[in-house]
Design a binder for this molecule. Structure first.
Ligand code: NOJ
Length: 539
């Protein structure tokens, strides 16, 4: 184990993702804004255990954008969308966050711009425009039609015909999100300047959107079909029917990742996080070969697993075994692209166990706003769906369900806005909100607070080693150790009570139970966990 003194903030700390549209609206237009985030910083961390106690905020995109993909279609990388505020408000956010010891991580969207970005407007003007090669333009394929068979993740082909210049351009998301050509050195230079712009303003790190897609096969070869594709995919889901051999995770992308890392290192103590969904051996390469890659390639593995103790135990152990010594683990259980954690796991009791697990595994946890309240999937009537994924590929795929407004109190619109919110507030807001849960000593919010503050004071939890222990099939049990400090975490995933026994351990004290109603001495050689109960035991 590394000495804690050597741990960086992004190793020791906890990241909290804010979806800015849905956090807090101060202007009364039904959409959250930066001033709203500033207003709520004390909720996130005021230095006392009455606040949540996170260490860093990652903001989904706040740049000028036509919002075809709610900000992941950027029209200007170096400004703030007026809906969210302006650069002065952003500077105030940095100052106010830093004053509280909170780091700010921005979303960096390097793979594609908006079709309204001046670069693309130029690029599509003529075949000989100086910005033509900044995007990926191709003639039709040999039989006419798109240059290859790639599909867009948002439905339909990944190519759109441009009448003016008689070529197709590539977009693996919406046609409003044309892809930059990262093989062009001018693009690389311009996009590195974007990082510099924000680093100079004091930003502490970047979450890099689909960073494994930046380089495509040089010959743009056809992707093979996916033999395991779900036969019930909608006809326009070309993307879902292919193996993504040529459109992502090409070896040359690592050169770019190394450049990112070098730049972050020049500024010192900044953090590079990547959105990467690949299988373990490919994914791990994004840490770099010699600590020269991303600090934290996001680890989404637990999100793809059923809520079963042994499946999760195996995944954590595989990760621990595979990571090189320099690589720091991290875990994500929810984000703006997924259903809500509590809904996915099947209930509030499970969500409490998940909270304890996320905040006690070795590595950096990322929390998604609202998961600390146990928010469940929003109910979005089909005609109110906003997300292009839901509109194009079926209502059941809409990501809106996990993007509903934060629930602050029982006042109209959950205290999120004085106007009608851009997405409906969930029906449970009168009960499930920050004010009500703050007043309830055993709420999930108070569980999160307790876990976060306990973790902050525990070198074993924020920096110690991890050892999993064999237990019964329904429990995931592990030890975290730093020096003399030893903490046992025992999580019961079953609907019934389970017996846990750790041979060789005689005495222990439960300091936190997920129900927040149990603090007692136990004998680790044999103790009961109630249904869906997790405990932290001081040994
Ligand atoms: C991944 C982001 O998380 C998602 O929200 C977005 O739609 C796509 N990338 C495209 O930028």
């Amino acid at each position: 184990m590394k000495n804690d003194q050597n741990l960086r903030w992004w190793q020791r700390g906890v990241i909290y993702q804010i979806y800015p549209r849905s956090f807090k609206d101060t202007t009364g237009n039904g959409i959250g804004d930066l001033a709203g985030i500033i207003e709520k910083l004390d909720y996130l961390n005021d230095g006392t255990p009455a606040s949540l106690g996170i260490d860093a905020i990652w903001l989904s995109p706040i740049y000028p954008s036509p919002m075809a993909d709610f900000g992941y279609d950027v029209a200007d990388y170096c400004a703030i969308h007026p809906l969210f505020g302006d650069l002065a408000t952003f500077d105030r956010l940095i100052t106010e966050a830093h004053r509280r010891g909170i780091k700010i991580i921005l979303d960096y969207v390097p793979n594609h711009t908006s079709d309204q970005h001046p670069w693309f407007i130029e690029s599509r003007r003529s075949l000989d425009n100086p910005k033509r090669d900044w995007y990926i333009w191709r003639d039709p394929g040999p039989e006419g039609g798109p240059p290859n068979n790639w599909g867009s993740a948002f439905g339909g082909p990944a190519w759109t015909w441009d009448e003016t210049t008689g070529q197709y351009y590539l977009h693996q998301f919406l046609k409003e999100q044309p892809e930059l050509n990262w093989r062009n050195p001018e693009v690389r230079a311009a996009m590195m300047d974007v990082l510099r712009f924000w680093l100079e303003r004091g930003v502490d790190g970047f979450r890099m959107d689909v960073v494994g897609l930046l380089i495509k096969d040089a010959e743009l070869r056809d992707n093979p079909p996916n033999p395991d594709a779900d036969p019930n995919l909608p006809p326009n889901d070309i993307f879902g029917r292919q193996l993504h051999v040529y459109n992502q995770d090409q070896d040359e992308v690592h050169e770019i990742i190394r450049d990112f890392r070098q730049l972050l290192d020049e500024y010192g103590n900044r953090c590079g996080i990547g959105e990467l969904w690949f299988e373990l051996p490919r994914w791990i390469r994004y840490y770099g070969e010699n600590n020269d890659g991303l600090h934290l390639p996001f680890n989404f593995r637990l999100m793809a697993l059923p809520w079963q103790a042994q499946a999760i135990h195996r995944s954590v152990d595989e990760l621990e075994a595979a990571l090189p010594a320099f690589a720091w683990p991290n875990y994500v259980l929810g984000n703006h692209d997924s259903p809500r954690l509590a809904s996915r796991l099947g209930g509030q009791a499970q969500a409490r166990v998940a909270a304890m697990m996320l905040l006690t595994l070795r590595g950096t946890p990322t929390l998604y706003y609202g998961d600390e309240l146990g928010l469940e999937n929003g109910v979005i009537p089909p005609e109110k769906i906003q997300d292009p994924l839901g509109i194009n590929l079926g209502a059941e795929r809409t990501r809106d369900v996990g993007r509903t407004p934060m629930q602050w109190d029982a006042s109209p619109n959950a205290g999120f806005s004085r106007a009608k919110p851009w997405l409906p507030v969930s029906n449970d807001y009168a009960m499930r909100n920050v004010a009500a849960q703050s007043a309830d000593p055993t709420s999930i919010l108070n569980l999160y607070r307790r876990l976060l503050w306990y973790r902050r004071g525990s070198p074993a939890l924020y920096g110690g080693s991890y050892h999993s222990l064999d237990s019964n099939d329904d429990c995931f049990v592990y030890l975290r150790v730093a020096g003399d400090e030893r903490r046992l975490i025992a999580l019961n995933f079953a609907d019934d009570q389970r017996q846990v026994s750790i041979p060789g351990e005689n005495a222990g004290q439960i300091v936190i139970s997920t129900s927040l109603d149990r603090q007692e001495s136990i004998s680790p050689s044999g103790f009961e966990l109630r249904p869906h109960e997790g405990v932290i035991v001081e040994l």
